[in-house]
Design a protein. Structure first.
Length: 52
């Protein structure tokens, strides 16, 4: 959430759009990453379909 405090126009000038998916991987457990990614993608689909 490093860019959530920025104005939409400023984000978009930097190439950060609402549909951007950012995945930062470090020392997290791979299973935790999989669960989080699946959850995020399911939420994105729900929003796109107007279910959220």
């Amino acid at each position: 959430m490093t860019h959530c405090g920025m104005a939409k126009e400023v984000r978009e000038e930097g190439g950060i759009f609402e549909n951007l998916v950012r995945l930062s991987v470090g020392v997290e457990n791979v299973e935790d990453l999989k669960v989080d990614l699946v959850w995020a993608l399911e939420e994105a689909v729900a929003v796109e379909l107007g279910r959220s």
